[in-house]
Design a protein around this ligand. Structure first.
Ligand SMILES: [Zn+2]
Length: 377
């Protein structure tokens, strides 16, 4: 079959129920480059262009983000509101569906929609989640949970325990072992189901020798992890540790979502120093992901945000070493959000598109469907 025609058919096969037009997909990329084996998907929550700019001017060296050559923009709005939140944002990335604010893993009509982690698990990929928020917070939860309200933390914890995610790290341990709803100890349950679960009170991250035959969970806090300004340092090293773990865990490939959650919290608080510190911590994690991808050559790295937070801008009178902050609100804004991509089929991420297109592009980058199409021929 003619290649172009084949990919057109493929695009229709992959997105049969949506009105996503195949012409928005850069078909040449699919022909000229083999699929990615792995994806490291880094989300700087609340990270708009101005947040990146402030990080850049405040840093003595270029940011790791400045290494990317492929850059796009996505439209972050939710189904029911021009201003989105992290729940609708993560659902768009993980499922390809726009949904309402506060909703995780359901479409705007309330139907459960499959996510890329479930689809990858069915193909025997290894899956990882790493965040500087609690692990049941909206952004990580978008990759495994299906609940109408993001605040259902104890329900989300139960869904993580059932999710078969291979590696996870973040705060929120109390939703697993100090549950108000049912008094269950989900940590014991998970250990029974093949996980080794650790926490920062008992074990230093570096002292652990991971057992690749079991799942790996590490709680960094009972509630929310501290700020990087208060000494939190785990995001960059855990990006490296998690990537290695997932690579060893499955020869098929892996998907690893890494979140710098507190860029958003600093935006809500209108605190520039807090925001810049979180931005630079996240950029270090990006550096770890890029270093792995440059050695590995089969890994696609995507960096983006779910939305901008704070309506932040650098004000007149600023100098590189003393930025004057202006915030227009204590909420999220509707601005276009930057997308950076590196690795196999990164070119798919050029252009301006819906946030849901990031899901479609990841599926195409992984080459899902192409194998099936070849077998049919
Ligand atoms: Zn927020």
């Amino acid at each position: 079959m003619n290649l172009l025609l084949r990919y057109l058919v493929l695009a229709l096969l992959l997105f049969p129920l949506s009105c996503k037009s195949p012409e928005s997909i850069n078909l040449e990329v699919l022909e000229s480059e083999p699929p990615a084996r792995n994806i490291i998907f880094l989300i700087g929550d609340g990270m708009g262009i101005s947040q990146i700019t402030a990080g850049m001017y405040s840093h003595k060296k270029p940011l790791n983000i400045e290494d990317f050559k492929v850059i796009g923009l996505h439209k972050p709005y939710a189904a029911n509101d021009l201003i989105t939140d992290s729940a609708a944002g993560a659902t768009a990335f993980a499922t390809g569906h726009k949904t309402n604010k506060s909703v995780l893993g359901l479409d705007a009509e309330g139907n459960v929609v499959p996510n890329i982690f479930e689809q990858a698990k069915a193909r025997e990929y290894a899956l990882g989640l790493l965040t500087t928020s609690s692990i049941v917070h909206a952004t990580p939860a978008g990759f495994f949970a299906h609940v109408p309200l993001r605040s259902q933390y104890e329900d989300i914890a139960e869904q993580l325990a059932d999710s078969k995610v291979d590696f996870f790290m973040g705060g929120g341990m109390r939703y697993f072992n100090q549950r108000e709803k049912d008094g269950k100890n989900l940590i014991n349950d998970m250990e029974g189901k093949g996980y080794n679960i650790y926490n920062a009170y008992d074990e230093e991250l570096y002292s652990i020798t991971p057992d690749f035959s079991r799942g790996f969970g590490y709680f960094t806090a009972r509630n929310d992890p501290p700020k990087s300004l208060q000494g939190r340092k785990y995001l960059p090293p855990a990006t490296r540790i998690g990537t290695r773990f997932l690579q060893k865990r499955s020869s098929r490939g892996f998907i690893f979502m890494v979140e710098g959650a507190q860029i958003d919290w600093a935006g809500h608080a209108n605190e520039q120093d807090y925001m810049i510190a979180e931005m630079l911590d996240f950029d270090e994690a990006v550096g770890e992901a890029l270093a792995f991808a440059k050695r590995n050559k089969e890994t696609l790295v995507i960096v983006t945000a779910d939305h901008e937070t704070g309506g932040y801008a650098i004000q007149p009178g600023s100098r590189r070493d003393s930025l004057i902050a202006g915030f227009t609100c204590e909420d999220h804004t509707a601005s276009l959000v930057p997308v950076f991509a590196y690795g196999p089929r990164a070119d798919l991420f050029r252009g301006i598109y819906e946030n849901t297109a990031i899901y479609d592009k990841m599926i195409l980058a992984l080459g899902w469907g192409e194998l099936e199409a070849e077998t049919e021929e």
